[in-house]
Design a protein around this ligand. Structure first.
Ligand code: 6PG
Length: 474
């Protein structure tokens, strides 16, 4: 029987959809699931694609069905299940076979797995896949980390199944070992910031302007035709327009305001801190989810302090224009932070991450896909590894136009008591970034006063101490 081009373990929704996508693009795929019934059900539901699916009921059968070197995608729960699956596979694989983890793994686990498998003559790919269930089925964005040789083996299949932006595949090899999963983690960090900022603007519209969900849906829908055009804005409009079948009320009004998280946002922030790169908008977004989860405490605090948001008055069209631009400016700052973190990690882990390519493969298929990413891809392409997106000429003019609105919106929101943690962090980041003379001279003086840590002078080289006198550290 003709060998399969690739294998896949784990026929949950994401795994099944990826497998069907691969078969649909003309590739034979061998599939295995821990429970045989699920494999049977998958094959039964594969319809016309059935002929390209090779159901396997043991790992030995799976390995035998694939053309060597065998690429096998594992789509199981992140963490221990991945290690268990790899351990089980070891016995049936041969030299140069490629285990591909397509889940949302912590890139540090990926680096470990890469080195463990390389040591035993196998190969490992950490593959970030974005786009949810729909993306997996019809075209996700795919971020690959591993050896270039292993990428060459799977490139054809992965580019075929990926989303396309104006015909260009949204799948790329980004570097060795953990590069793909790191980039996916930062993708998710940006996703958190993007979602949080949208929610903050929704909050201002709902509480400060007293706008109902349907009307806010129209606003987002309108924005989606302009500079904010993106998947997240598009789905936000759809979400706000939907009614709850049970009550007939707008569905958004009956959803509890407690956000979940699986960890990738938090990992972005931890890694940003480890690298010493500020990612304040992402940090604020993660913290906002945590704060959202302590609902009981918030209800108690509302009783003590009052939780009301004051009405925001003024010309409605002008306000809406500001809100749109504020969201745009905040988004640029969040992306600037995300790319800066990737740039720091690229140096730290010797990945040589291709920023223009990352921007390109995020233009379609993934959750943060947007029109702006095309501008980013161009900007990175033109300026190479710009120190910061905020310094790329195209973004200088965008930011110059948009930051006054961000400032006005943050100020109005603060006055009204409408929390805007991600937008205000983005603004503070921008203001700090553009301040040639900041206020850390005072921090240095304080450090020297209590700890004799020394400071540099603006008028000379070397380390100096201040004239602090008695009471200061000696
Ligand atoms: C994607 C999504 C996907 C998933 C996140 C959600 O790119 O397709 O980011 O990976 O939806 O894991 O993460 P939280 O549960 O942490 O919000």
């Amino acid at each position: 029987m003709e060998k399969a081009e690739i294998g896949l373990i784990g026929l949950g929704t994401m795994g099944s959809n990826l497998a069907l996508n691969i078969a649909e693009k003309g590739h034979r795929i061998a599939v295995f699931n821990r429970t045989a019934a699920r494999t049977d059900a998958f094959v039964e539901n594969a319809g016309a694609l059935r002929d390209r699916v090779v159901p396997c009921y043991s790992l030995e059968e799976l390995a035998a069905a694939i053309r060597p070197p065998r690429p096998i995608i594992i789509m199981v729960l992140a963490g221990k299940p991945v290690d268990e699956q790899i351990a089980a596979l070891r016995g049936v694989l041969s030299a140069n076979d490629i285990v591909i983890d397509a889940g949302n793994a912590n890139f540090r686990d990926t680096m470990r797995r890469f080195s463990e498998l390389t040591d035993s003559g196998l190969t490992f790919i950490g593959m970030g896949v974005s786009g949810g269930e729909e993306g997996a089925r019809h075209g996700p964005s795919i971020m690959v980390g591993g050896t270039e040789e292993s990428w060459k083996r799977v490139e054809k299949v992965l580019t075929a199944i990926s989303a396309k932006f104006k015909g260009e595949p949204c799948a790329a090899w980004l570097g060795t070992d953990g590069a793909g999963h790191f980039v996916k983690t930062i993708h998710n960090g940006i996703e958190y910031a993007d979602m949080q900022m949208i929610a903050e603007i929704y909050g201002i519209l709902r509480d400060g302007l007293g706008t109902g969900p349907k009307e806010i849906a129209e606003v987002f829908s309108q924005w989606n035709t302009g500079r904010l055009n993106s998947y997240l804005i598009e789905i936000t409009a759809k979400v706000l327009a939907a009614d709850d079948p049970k009550t007939g009320k707008p569905v958004v009004d009956i959803i509890l305001d407690r956000a979940g998280q699986k960890g990738t946002g938090k990992w972005s922030v931890i890694e940003a801190q480890q690298l010493g790169i500020p990612a304040t908008a992402i940090e604020a977004a993660v913290a906002a989810r945590v704060l959202s989860s302590i609902k009981d405490e918030r209800l108690a605090a509302e009783k003590v302090y009052g939780g009301g948001v004051s009405k925001i008055s003024g010309d409605r069209d002008a306000l809406l224009g500001d809100l749109e631009l504020a969201l745009f400016a905040g988004k640029i700052a969040a992306y600037a932070q995300g790319f800066a973190v990737m740039s720091g990690a690229s140096k730290e882990f010797n990945w040589n991450l291709p920023m223009p390519v990352i921007a390109k493969i995020w233009r379609a298929g993934c959750i943060i896909r947007s029109q702006l990413l095309d501008t980013m891809a161009e900007a990175f392409g033109a300026s190479g590894a710009a120190t910061n997106l905020l310094m790329a000429p195209a973004f200088v003019s965008l930011m110059q136009e948009a930051h006054p609105s961000l400032r006005r919106v943050v100020a109005r929101a603060a006055e009204a008591g409408s929390p805007v943690p991600a937008l205000s962090s983005a603004l503070a980041y921008f203001d700090s970034y553009r301040q040639g003379r900041g206020t850390s001279n005072l921090i240095q003086a304080q450090r020297d006063f209590f700890g004799a840590h020394g400071f540099e002078r603006i008028d000379g080289q070397g380390a100096f101490h201040g004239p602090w006198g008695s009471g200061a550290a000696g």
